[in-house]
Design a protein around this ligand. Structure first.
Ligand code: NAP
Length: 316
């Protein structure tokens, strides 16, 4: 039985708890959030005992923690939990800069404890099936990726609009597009960004990035309703993952010989259960790093975001 502690009880923690209910051999054991009343209502709905402080939670008998607080707090909570011998699944972005992420990864290595950024898309059934399908019926090495998302209905008091909580589209949304680019094209060596900064955050960014295997074109925004699909092109065909591509369920592969293959793989449990299942398997195997969201991949993603933010004059 893997005992989980949940840190922060907002929107995404509820989806995490929903996902846990779909897994065997796991238990939501402890919960902590800054406001005891929100932690109490979360525990009443999903289970777990409420801890009176973050320290009390990481000193409890939990085996793993799920960190889902504001971006700016991810690194410090991760480091403290790893030092207490807890495996850490930390929401994206795992840190707000490459330098900060490197601090976390160093502690993961020092303590020999599992750390993984909760970058969910590759664990969904559709994404897994797409990879398997392309291995058997390839489109060739992908050499162009295009994706983007805009979330125009975010409430004005959301952390996304707060520079002090490292708001902005790039860290909150663009990190997904950065993932897609590095997952299909490899590490980037050039990142060009145009964007609009307002109120101290990037309201919109349009990025072209050059990678080991090709070029990506992606955007993220907080004041526009983006399309949210993804296109992956190779010499023998292309793939469209339907919106929202980061919770993927349907894709179409179009081959140069005229064939169309439709993939349809609905997900259950809110979708976070697949990455959590993977994380639990890593724990049971005694591994300290995922082979899917490697530490190196997390570094490549945040490095792209760092460069884009730097171009727009934003610093962390
Ligand atoms: N994987 C995904 O699909 C996905 C989706 C959405 C968000 N996320 C990520 O998950 C994280 C949380 O997002 P959310 O949408 O769940 O936010 P949210 O609804 O605002 O919830 C955040 C929670 O964290 C707490 N919190 C915030 N800052 C904290 C701090 N410095 N120390 C302790 N607790 C703190 C909040 O407590 P209070 O109520 O006291 O403020 C609240 O319980 C973000 O980093 C975001 O990028 C991931």
């Amino acid at each position: 039985m893997i005992r989980w502690g949940v840190i922060g009880v907002g929107y995404i923690s509820r989806r995490f708890a929903q996902g846990l209910k779909h897994l065997e051999g796991v238990e939501l054991s402890s919960v902590w959030s800054r406001r005891p009343e929100t932690a109490q209502s979360f525990a009443a709905e999903h289970g777990g005992q409420v801890c009176e402080s973050f320290e009390a939670l990481i000193e409890s008998d939990v085996d793993a923690v799920y960190i889902a607080t504001a971006h700016t707090s991810h690194a410090a909570y991760s480091i403290a939990a790893l030092r207490k011998g807890k495996a850490v699944l930390c929401e994206k972005p795992a840190a707000i800069s490459l330098a900060e992420l490197d601090g976390v990864l160093e502690v993961s290595r020092e303590t020999n404890m599992l750390f993984m950024e909760a970058m969910k898309p590759p664990f969904y059934p559709l994404y897994t099936r797409l990879r398997t399908h392309l291995a058997a019926d390839p489109i060739g090495q992908a050499n162009f990726v295009r994706a983007g998302a805009g979330v125009a209905n975010t409430p004005a008091d959301h952390a996304a609009f707060d520079p002090l909580r490292a708001g902005g589209g790039l860290l909150g949304i663009g990190i997904y597009e950065a993932f897609l680019a590095v997952d299909w094209l490899g590490a980037s060596h050039e990142v060009q960004t145009l964007g609009r900064v307002a109120g101290g955050i990037d309201m919109f960014a349009s990025v072209n990035s050059a990678h080991e295997h090709g070029i990506a074109q992606w955007y993220c925004g907080l004041d526009l309703h983006g399309r949210g699909d993804a296109l992956i092109c190779g010499p023998q065909g292309n793939v469209t993952i339907e919106a929202p591509w980061w919770n993927p369920q349907r894709a179409t592969i179009t081959y140069v010989d005229g064939r169309h293959v439709e993939l349809d793989e609905p997900f259950v449990g809110g979708g976070l259960n697949y990455e959590t299942q993977h994380f639990c398997e890593l724990m049971r195997s005694g591994l300290v790093e995922s082979s899917m969201i490697t530490h190196s991949k997390s570094r490549q993603m945040i490095e792209m975001i760092d460069r884009s933010r730097g171009t727009l004059g934003l610093s962390t």
